[in-house]
Design a protein around this ligand. Structure first.
Ligand code: HMG
Length: 424
């Protein structure tokens, strides 16, 4: 049977489902049932979701959790998190509570500049190109007037346009490197529209425009979040030794890329979860964060740790191009709800909250890794999940939790113990 098709996009939703289930599944009825199980009974909501992307045939649910007790710049937050990995929300909650009694998190936005580029080829004289750029620069900006009008009234817009000579890296390659302030929007559509207008204005017979597009590498749209406290307040026993181990774990991630990638993955567990919950673009955040981790030329930790004069300090610096208006933020009901839960923050405040979520997550993972090991907490969460699936009473739950305190947790072991207990 032929498994390719022309005109699929023109099919109705029902026709798309029929073609997919009949073409790719042995049991089309079961496949159809699985897809339809996840449709929303509220048709208005379903239509809204159908329209987010193309060829929608169902909804793919992820859990929406919440980590309470975050204190950030002396303000209390419950942070919404969308993530499929168990123990992420528990870890964030644990760390939020821990630091809430030690002064909380401090966060500051260092800069908010976004970047876009018009990439072009030119094989004439460089001086002539420079002259042409200087004489047209004001008309390049003027060409975007109608697009930037509203943004300018909000205090944003185009900050500068620079001509960059990249011919040492690629023959004939130049750029117009454009910087933007996009206030509370992430600004992707705004930036791309401006760039296309600039490119049209700049175009000449001997200038071959290759493409005009924003950059998701935003090393000047950076936020810093930090926690600190006296070392002896960090652990109940052997605080100095454990604080040193914690710092060594960060130091290792700063010199060993294999470790740094996993270390930063742990940070992104927290960051992506809040980025998703607030309807922001996690792919843009991910690619920008990892490029930033490589800014020195070797891939390093996004967090740092210092112990000086008995004070433990742990911080993150990360580029986050986020929006609290535009995109999904205003149309996905749960994204709107998340923003309301966070007190309808500005984009800058959201940068602070999300950087804190990343720092908290990294703190949890490193503290577990350098003390009990990561599996202890994971297995505890895993055990609770397995017990939840059993129809266990409170008394039975307590028995199982105690029984597995120092034993290897697996689904079959928990079920077997539960059944044995029931027989008794
Ligand atoms: P615990 O101390 O055993 O928890 O920690 P507890 O039962 O004593 O509860 C204390 C608090 O933890 C609770 O306070 C909650 O805040 C939170 P309360 O609400 O009772 O006032 N908490 C929970 N919140 C929601 N649901 C739960 C729950 N349990 C505790 N079920 C915990 C247990 C798992 C939190 C701890 O062991 C931990 O933080 N472990 C680290 C887990 C972690 O970092 N997971 C992230 C994914 S793994 C990862 O990041 C990849 C990695 O490779 C990255 C890297 O290498 O760097 C590791």
């Amino acid at each position: 049977m032929k498994k390719t098709i022309t005109g699929f996009s023109k099919f109705s939703k029902q026709e798309k489902i029929d073609w997919i289930v009949n073409t790719f599944f042995d049991d089309s009825k079961v496949a159809k049932e699985t897809l339809s199980q996840y449709w929303n009974s509220n048709q208005v909501l379903q239509d809204l979701h159908d329209d987010f992307i193309e060829n929608t045939i169902s909804n793919f649910y992820l859990p929406y959790g919440v980590a309470p007790n975050f204190v950030i710049n002396n303000r209390e937050y419950a942070v919404p998190m969308v993530v499929e990995e168990s123990s992420v929300v528990a870890a964030a909650s644990l760390v939020a509570k821990f630091w809430s009694t030690r002064g909380g998190f401090k966060a500051t936005v260092l800069s908010t500049t976004k970047i876009g580029q018009v990439h072009f080829m030119f094989d004439g004289g460089v001086e002539e190109l420079k002259d042409y750029f200087e004489t047209t620069k004001s008309s390049l900006i003027a060409a975007t007037d109608s697009i930037t009008k509203n943004m300018r009234t909000r205090g944003g817009g185009i900050l500068d346009i620079e001509l960059r000579n990249k011919t040492s890296e690629l023959d004939n390659y130049f750029q117009l490197h454009v910087t933007f302030e996009t206030k509370d929007s992430m600004g992707a559509n705004f930036i791309n529209s401006c760039l296309e207008a600039i490119a049209d204005e700049f175009r000449r017979d001997d200038i071959q425009i290759v493409m005009s597009i924003l950059s998701n590498y935003v090393p000047d749209c950076v936020v810093r979040a930090e926690v600190s406290c006296p070392v002896e307040k960090l652990y109940q026993e052997n605080a100095v030794m454990y604080a040193q181990k914690f710092k060594q774990a960060v130091d290792i991630a700063n010199v060993e890329p294999h470790r740094a990638v996993t270390h930063n993955k742990g940070i992104m567990n927290g960051i992506d979860a809040v980025v998703l919950a607030t309807g922001n673009d996690f792919r843009a955040i991910e690619s920008g964060a990892h490029a930033y981790a490589l800014k020195s030329g070797s891939y390093k930790s996004l967090t740092n740790c210092e112990i000086e004069n008995g004070i433990f300090k742990f911080w993150i610096e990360i580029p986050l191009a986020l929006g609290t208006v535009g995109g999904l933020t205003g149309i996905h009901p749960l994204a709107k709800l998340s923003l309301e839960m966070l007190g309808n923050p500005s984009a800058k405040e959201l940068m602070e909250i999300i950087a804190v979520a990343g720092l908290a997550q990294n703190f949890a993972a490193l503290r577990a890794l350098t003390t009990t090991g990561i599996q202890h907490g994971h297995m505890k969460m895993h055990l609770s999940n397995i017990i939840k699936q059993l129809d266990a009473s409170e008394e039975e739950k307590t028995y199982l939790l105690n029984y597995f305190e120092n034993k290897q947790v697996s689904h079959s072991a928990v079920v077997a113990t539960y059944e044995k207990m029931k027989k008794k």
